[in-house]
Design a binder for this molecule. Sequence first.
Ligand SMILES: Cc1cc2nc3c(=O)[nH]c(=O)nc-3n(C[C@H](O)[C@H](O)[C@H](O)COP(=O)(O)OP(=O)(O)OC[C@H]3O[C@@H](n4cnc5c(N)ncnc54)[C@H](O)[C@@H]3O)c2cc1C
Length: 465
Amino acid sequence: MGDSHFDLAILGAGPGGYVAAIRAAQLGLRVAVVEREHLGGVCLNWGCIPTKALLRTAEIHHQLHDLDAFGLYAREVGFDAKKVVARSRAVAKRLAGGVKQLLRKHEVSVVSGHGRLAGRGRVEVTRDGGREEVRAAHVILATGARARTLPGLEPDGHLVWTYREAMVPEAIPGRLLVVGSGAIGIEFASFYRDMGADVAVVEILPRILPAEDAEVSAAARRAFERRGIEIHTEASVKALRREGDRVVAALDLGGKAVERDFDRAILAIGITGNVEDVGLETTAARVEKGHVVVDRWLATAEPGLYAIGDLVGPPWLAHKASHEGVVCVERIAGVEGVHPLDATRIPACTYSRPQVASVGLTEQQAAERGHELRVGRFPFVANGKAVAAGDTEGFVKTVFDARTGELLGAHLFGPEVTELVFGFAVARTLESTEAELLQAVFPHPTLSEAMHEAVLAAYGRPLHI
Ligand SMILES: Cc1cc2nc3c(=O)[nH]c(=O)nc-3n(C[C@H](O)[C@H](O)[C@H](O)COP(=O)(O)OP(=O)(O)OC[C@H]3O[C@@H](n4cnc5c(N)ncnc54)[C@H](O)[C@@H]3O)c2cc1C
């Protein structure tokens, strides 16, 4: 590796760690990144990117079964599960390779192996029995997170899957149980349903996609049920028993004990930080509920030690991890005008069919914080582009502070909303009020016009409904 003295050492090369490394290099810091598995972390290798490749296949598969309305027909539509998975893996590999190039371009030193804090400013890296030391004035922990498991619900990699096995199936199971209805659970439910599986989702809370606005979550439930996805809320899985090549699930469905057979089960019951075996016990840094505690500048209680991304807690999102990496590094480098990350400006997306996206406060959160509200809604069925595309399910909802006009939140459900939501994220970052948004000119015909109409609707003047 050559010289092992750096300004900054980063443990973990996921979207938190590798983006922090690039930004630090741009700022003139000498940077080393320690990675024990793959550059790109969960996001590029086992999360965001390979799932979107799978979901694109599922979308095309669905469209091939829904051609008549477009005047098309196709015979003998089918799929090869191995090729579906191979494409997803190839996409992941290509992007992870891109990270390698980017780090090389920015002259970031990549150290392969498991990193562990070994005293202030020192990281011990072990690999294949070998050991080396990296020294740096500042250390950022970006070791990410992994799937949470519960007693009785342990994954076995064969019948009971975490997201890793769910992403590389040998075949599409006939009957699939998805435990948990956050973004990850719902994306897998959507993918497998479109590929022909009978899917049941079990959620312990009263509604699916519990972090989303209640109206969106209710509409999503109706849409998924119409697609044939079975959904049980206020329900739980007590135990999973392996019998031959099937899983017997002991379910509590609203107080009623039921046993059901499935071919496979996916556990999507949350995330816990990779806090173990990184030497945190040798520092003053604190760990709470499986995550490292940091201040708004991502600093731990140990001088010179920082933590970012999934490791520091929700929302467990790649863009949040990357943004934290940039904030943390710019603060270390003494850049002027750096702002801590405002959680209400982080968009969240679920790439199911239909899609879900949001930014800012839900209507309920805004009301609980004492805001007087103006709420607007506009359905895609009244949007020209959605009608032309034959994809009209869903709506856009805006939540404004009635006194100041501040856009507090936006909640979208429907076609391509994961692409649209950035518009509201920019609006929130610019602290836009209704005054600017009402005057903005939206291109016609686009799905984005539904965003404008949802703003107009909040002020009692929608034009197309
Ligand atoms: C199925 C799935 C789908 C997802 N889809 C999306 C999505 O669509 N959009 C989105 O924003 N987010 C999505 N996520 C979440 C996203 O993947 C994470 O939020 C993101 O990867 C977090 O980035 P990170 O850098 O904090 O950690 P990670 O990406 O987990 O990277 C941490 C890295 O640290 C390495 N590491 C850990 N410990 C050590 C050590 N001691 N020494 C050296 N290296 C170490 C790991 O090998 C890993 O490469 C998804 C997650 C999953 C599981």
